[in-house]
Design a protein around this ligand. Sequence first.
Ligand code: SAH
Length: 349
Amino acid sequence: MTKDILSLLPGEIEQELEALGEPKYRAKQIFTWLHRGARDFDEMTNLPKALREKLKSEYRLYRPRVLKKQESQIDGTIKYLWELSDGNAVETVVMSYKHGNTVCVSSQVGCRQGCAFCASTIGGLVRCLEPSEILDEVLFSQIDSGKPISNIVLMGIGEPLDNFDNVMRFLELVNHPDGMNIGMRHISLSTCGITERLDDLADRDLQLTLSVSLHAPDDETRSKLMPANRGRGVRQLMDCCRRYYEKTGRRISFEYAMIDGVNDTEKHARLLAREAKSVAAHVNLIPLNHVEERQFKPSTAGHMKAFIRILEEEGVNVTVRRRLGSDVDASCGQLRRKMQTGKDKNTSE
Ligand code: SAH
């Protein structure tokens, strides 16, 4: 079985080259080529032919294929469905903001967390993505769209903390100065709150932005919406958030999808304010995206306004996420889902 060279860091490529009897300095050349998008060793024209042949026999390279690409007519958001080497597919979204282009990447094929409002989890978890596959989402979205990527959010399909080692390695790769060189402060990681892993993440002391998908401040509501809360609970999650903030000095963001009649009452707002203040978190409200298979509806504009007013009164830092790409199914798992159920056949490119 050939090895996945794109998942290796420069120091590891050096070791591989040494074992092959090749000079170590070639590692930087190879890494640079790979992270500019070369997916055939013959493109690496500053390497001797004999070395390229050796590399071909030792390592595999794959260029993800665009299965589908949709561009929003409203705001230019681009949504990709990529085909992976084993035929599975994942979604990546490129959003343009004033401060630059942000790519939203998937970390798994499917998800095992089972959140009641989310489309990504409907078919369960198929498999974790390799570091190279997550990197390629960023790289080929940039190459294909022609939009230089300055920010990354790990908010696509999958639970990043359920693929901890590969996600940590992806971060090292994408952050590397000889690669895409995207700074940790330009990267956000979103989790449904796998508390054991949150402590591991705090130990890494990274400068990334942590988003916790809270969606409810009380165990009763949260456990109904998010199975990850069962057996852990909001208290344990808040303790983790506090430790994370103390260790890294980075403010956490709470994601809160407003669901009509479920988590949008005054009681929820007051409790949310208390929890947010206890860990100095910022609250990011998201109007729920309707998912065909799910019964939930977004909160009304009136309820949302009242909710925001309470949070502000309580002194919480709150923002409402702009909805980008609403005409291209640009939320979690919807495009892959449509492909799976065959509902999208007519519009495939
Ligand atoms: N598993 C991670 C990251 C992927 S989901 C997590 O749970 O955070 C990215 C964000 O989209 C999460 O906050 C998730 O709760 C939210 N989300 C999922 N389905 C949604 C929907 N239908 N409407 C609004 N937000 C949704």
